[in-house]
Design a protein around this ligand. Structure first.
Ligand SMILES: Nc1nc2c(ncn2[C@@H]2O[C@H](COP(=O)(O)OP(=O)(O)OP(=O)(O)O)[C@@H](O)[C@H]2O)c(=O)[nH]1
Length: 611
């Protein structure tokens, strides 16, 4: 009997044997120990203990020869939780299933591995009818009997009935066959926790992704970009890995379902390395390693295109090896950075350690090195959720550290600037002081007579103007002394002009030393004539001051060219009195007249103008 069944959009041809053949078959097939469903088995039954396996590396068997191989007893019992790693082999599984007295009739044969590409399924029911179906993610999601992330096929198996089941598995992902039998209610009931866990996990990832995306937009830090890309890649990996993406996001794209896993593993590899390099500041701490990692990431990124080709099986292996190798390199780099005192590296190491358990367990279990258990199945989710949370916290901590460092640097720069400004201000102040002093000296020099050091005529004229103005406006008391060296021409003539100059200097100094009245000063009036200005002194005080000056000059002889010379001066005194001098020239004339009289009356004397 030939029966055609339509399943998942394609047609299988089924062969049914005659009643005699069936009888013979059941006798022979029963040689493989039947898996018995009893009342106590419940509604969720692990079928692996009843499975027989036949590997077909050459893909030489068809369904008839597989049935024959079963009859020939060539199927080996399967170890619990057996995993066969990445393999191009075809795997044939045989199962004789007997419902002794379990009340359920409708069952779902469920493969709890959502990534197997293709599972061909044949079963012979109690009436000897042969059925066929196809499962796996190479078919649209709707091909499944129930819309569940695990591929499943509905079977009728009432109490007292037996099914002979044959499965052929072929996949570009790692091969294993966690086969279970559920009633439909039990399948959904047992998925509640996993569904809630998945909701929590993806909700967490989405929240982390959106939050850090917002931070990225706000602060435009490249590390956040890599982190967001990493979380997105990891989320995609998980969606592809556990079949949730196929169930909810791309149920009609088996092609993408098959490419998504190798693509996501490659993307996780690239983003992990980029994030680590940026977070650990490797260009600063380990520049050569950072450069090498950049090239490697570029290489792996190029390999991503192979996820969409028939080489996706090979590229998955390459990416998994890359995850292990670069995972170790990045961990070592984090240790080096941490030991050099870079504090964010410690956080990274803790986070990374959380993930490593799951991250390394995943490829190891894929290669069949370690057994696949619930822990290895979900360790990536547990580890990655904790890792991403910690990394998100570490990113904020890192920004905090950077801000502290910036503030410290800004503070140091401010202090340096203030110090420089202060130094410059002090320099400027001292320069201004020196300038002021130089100006004062210059001003002073411009007011002094170059030969004698006494004030010059310019200063005298300015001062006389000022004093005259003051006298007009209420400070009338002041006197002038016109002082002339006696017989100076003879000194020049007898001792020379240089000696004459020396004599002028000595006389000027003696006059200045003796002129002790506050505000009084001596100026060179011209030639050998000096004028002493005495503010605040009336005629009699001025006369006595004049006498002191005269005596100061003649007190001791002047030494000129080895000879001692007695030098005297004649002094004319005039005090301000508006009755006799209505102008400054008048007063000067009076002073000059007094001097003239002092000369005429014998020299070396003081004569007052109004005497
Ligand atoms: N060495 C020197 N001589 C000067 C300077 N200025 C003026 N003399 C001289 O001073 C002399 C002034 O001489 P006189 O005006 O005749 O007066 P005197 O010889 O002092 O005689 P009496 O004033 O009458 O006592 C001149 O010979 C000038 O050349 C100067 O700067 N240096």
């Amino acid at each position: 009997m030939i029966r055609f069944m339509r399943k998942g959009g394609f047609r299988h041809t089924l062969l049914c044997g005659s009643g005699l053949v069936l009888l013979l078959w059941s006798v022979i097939a029963c040689a493989l120990e039947p898996f018995v469903l009893g009342k106590d088995s419940g509604f969720r039954v692990d079928l692996r203990p009843g499975l027989g396996l036949l590997r077909d590396p050459a893909h030489a068997l068809d369904v008839d020869s597989a049935w024959q191989a079963w009859r020939d007893g060539r199927f080996e019992p399967v170890a619990d939780a057996a995993s066969y790693g990445f393999s191009h082999d075809a795997f044939w599984f045989a199962l004789s299933l007997n419902n002794r007295d379990n009340p359920a009739r409708r069952w779902l044969l469920t493969v709890e591995q959502p990534r197997l590409d293709r599972i061909d399924l044949w079963w012979r029911d109690g009436k000897g009818e042969l059925h066929a179906a196809r499962l796996g993610d190479a078919l649209p999601f709707s091909a499944r009997s129930e819309p569940h992330r695990y591929p499943n096929q509905a079977l009728e198996l009432g109490a007292g009935e037996t099914l002979q089941i044959l499965l052929r598995v072929e996949s570009s992902s790692s091969v294993q066959l966690p086969l279970r039998l559920y009633t439909p209610n039990e399948l959904y009931r047992s998925s509640y926790d996993a569904q809630a866990g998945a909701g929590l996990y993806y909700g967490l990832l989405l929240a982390l992704l959106l939050y850090n995306l917002a931070v990225l937009i706000s602060i435009r830090d490249a590390t956040y970009l890599y982190y967001v890309a990493y979380v997105a890649a990891f989320g995609l990996l998980m969606l592809a890995f556990n079949g949730v993406g196929f169930q909810y996001l791309w149920p009609d794209s088996p092609q993408w379902q098959n490419s998504s896993l190798p693509f996501a593993i490659g993307a996780v590899l690239c983003t992990t390395v980029m994030f680590a390099a940026s977070f650990l500041d490797l260009p600063r701490h380990l520049p050569r390693l950072a450069q090498t990692l950049r090239y490697l990431v570029a290489g792996f990124a190029l390999l991503l295109v192979f996820a969409f080709t028939r080489w996706r099986y090979d590229i998955t292996i390459v990416f998994n090896l890359g995850v292990i190798a670069l995972g170790l390199v990045v961990t070592a780099a984090a240790v080096v950075c941490a030991r050099r005192g870079y504090r964010p590296a410690w956080y990274y190491l803790v986070a990374w350690t959380l993930l490593i358990a799951g991250g390394i367990a995943l490829p190891l279990s894929s290669f069949g090195v370690i057994a696949r258990t619930v822990l290895t199945e979900y360790s990536v989710q547990f580890g990655s959720a904790a890792e991403m949370l910690l990394l998100s916290f570490s990113l904020a901590y890192r920004i905090h550290l950077l801000r502290d460092a910036n503030e410290r640097m800004a503070g140091e720069a401010r202090e340096l600037l203030e110090q420089r400004v202060s130094e410059r201000t002090q320099e400027l102040a001292s320069t201004a002081q020196r300038l002021e002093q130089a100006n004062r000296q210059l001003r002073e020099a411009s007011l002094r007579d170059g030969l004698t050091g006494a004030y010059n005529r310019r200063y005298l004229d300015q001062s006389l103007d000022t004093i005259w103005q003051a006298a007009q406006s209420g400070s009338p008391l002041f006197s002038l002394l016109m002082i002339d060296i006696d017989h100076f021409k003879a000194i020049n003539d007898n001792h020379g002009h240089i000696a004459g100059d020396d004599c002028l200097r000595v006389v000027a100094q003696r006059l200045r030393d003796a002129c002790g009245t506050p505000g009084a000063f001596v100026a060179r009036y011209g030639g050998e004539e000096f004028m002493a200005v005495l503010p605040g002194l009336g005629a009699s005080d001025a006369a006595s001051q004049a006498q002191q000056l005269r005596l100061a000059v003649s007190a001791e002889p002047v030494a000129l060219e080895g000879t001692l010379l007695q030098v005297t001066v004649s002094i004319g005194v005039a005090s301000f009195d508006s009755r006799h001098a209505s102008s400054l020239p008048d007063l000067l004339r009076l002073t000059d007249q007094a001097l003239y009289r002092a000369k005429r009356s014998g020299r070396d004397r003081v004569v007052c103008a109004l005497d």
